[in-house]
Design a binder for this molecule. Structure first.
Ligand code: ADP
Ligand code: MG
Length: 344
């Protein structure tokens, strides 16, 4: 039995801009039909990787394969990929339908067929009623969906999305995240999604590559990254973490090395932990913040570090007058994550 080649294979991919190494020997395979995210802070090389895959940039070194075919030297229009940019780049003077049909017109498709295909693509993003409108007559979320229909109408095997929800407000963003996931599942094509928003990446992705300084710091499922961050950088960037360096690990956690514990894995007790597998550290409440779904407490441990504890909003305990209270911050040994220290 022959194994199908991955949708994308990057081998030693490197891009230098003068003295800046934007992408530094990236090796990566992305499976057909995967919703794959590249997550990282601004300047970590995500957009450059996307532009290299699309063919808008030439790599300094390394190769790019699409479905087993080396496309490193091919022009953008010879690659079976399409890109959705953050600013959508719709043509303002064209109707929604003509915007979506544009890529088909460029490919020389007949008018009737173009129209049919464009309407089907608009139906896919639930915008068929808006076909006659101009982009200026749409909301931000609707424009975003038009951009998506325009990119998918030519049926690319891989869709590249560079922070496509970045211009939307939070509520709309959350709605679009759900829709994007549904559209990807319906179309069955590979999505490569770039974002600096860790929550968005966790929500949408089958797998995530966390970028840092042009390299992949960690690759895994959302659950892998959240539950088992390999490094201090990932523990800190993906979600909120309480980080313990070597000294505090030894004093508080009772282990050598660097560690982290998520705020929701910490609880507060009035006495020191005695149960098997549990540990605790005494401290003083500095701040309690009501955040609707929960209560976030900031606690200064006697041993030094300040930690955050996230309690679900299920208790009746008052939140406004517990500053200065003495507590025992408690956790289970299994919830302590061992990290690769920074700079190694
Ligand atoms: P991200 O998308 O993760 O924010 P980019 O891929 O845009 O990161 O940029 C990675 C690095 O490469 C940054 O240091 C950026 O300044 C640099 N860079 C990107 N494009 C260019 C360019 N055309 N010329 C020079 N430097 C660039
Ligand atoms: Mg970018």
């Amino acid at each position: 039995m022959t194994e199908l080649p991955p949708a994308i294979r990057l081998t030693g991919l490197t891009k230098e801009f003068g003295a800046v190494t934007a992408v530094d020997h990236v090796d990566l395979e992305i499976g057909a039909g995967e919703f794959f995210s590249m997550l990282g802070p601004s300047g970590s090389g995500k957009t450059t990787v996307l532009r290299l895959i699309a063919g808008f940039e030439q790599p300094t070194d390394g190769t790019i394969e699409l479905f087993g075919q080396d496309v490193t030297k091919k022009a953008p229009f010879d690659r079976d990929v399409n890109t959705v940019f953050q600013d959508y780049a719709l043509f303002p003077h064209m109707s929604v339908l003509d915007n979506v049909a544009y890529g088909l017109r460029v490919r020389g498709m007949k008018r009737a067929e173009r129209r049919e295909r464009a309407l089907a693509a608009l139906a896919g993003v639930r915008l068929e009623q808006m076909a006659a409108r101009k982009p200026s007559q749409l909301s931000g979320g609707q424009r975003q969906r038009v951009a998506l229909a325009r990119a998918t109408v030519v049926q690319p095997k891989v869709l590249l999305l560079d922070e496509p929800l970045g211009a939307l407000d939070l509520k709309l963003r959350e709605q679009m995240q759900v829709e994007l996931k549904q559209i990807q599942r319906d179309l069955g094509i590979t999505f490569i999604f770039v974002t600096h928003d860790q929550e968005e990446a966790l929500t949408l992705s089958d797998r995530i590559a966390v970028f840092h300084d042009g390299r992949i710091e960690q690759l895994g499922t959302p659950r892998d990254l959240y539950e088992n961050p390999a490094s201090t950088f990932v523990a800190d960037f993906v979600g909120t973490s309480n980080l313990f360096g070597a000294e505090h690990s030894a004093a508080i956690i009772g282990r050598d090395g660097h560690h982290s514990i998520r705020p929701e894995k910490l609880t507060l007790a009035s006495a020191a932990a005695t149960a098997a597998g549990e540990r605790s550290a005494p401290g003083t409440i500095v701040e309690s913040i009501y955040i609707g779904s929960g209560i976030r407490r900031v606690i200064d441990l006697d041993a030094g570090p300040r930690v955050t504890v996230l309690e679900p909003n299920t208790r009746s305990r008052a939140v406004d007058d517990d500053r200065g209270d003495r507590v025992h911050v408690t956790w289970h040994d299994e919830d302590v994550v061992s990290l690769i220290p920074p700079g190694t």
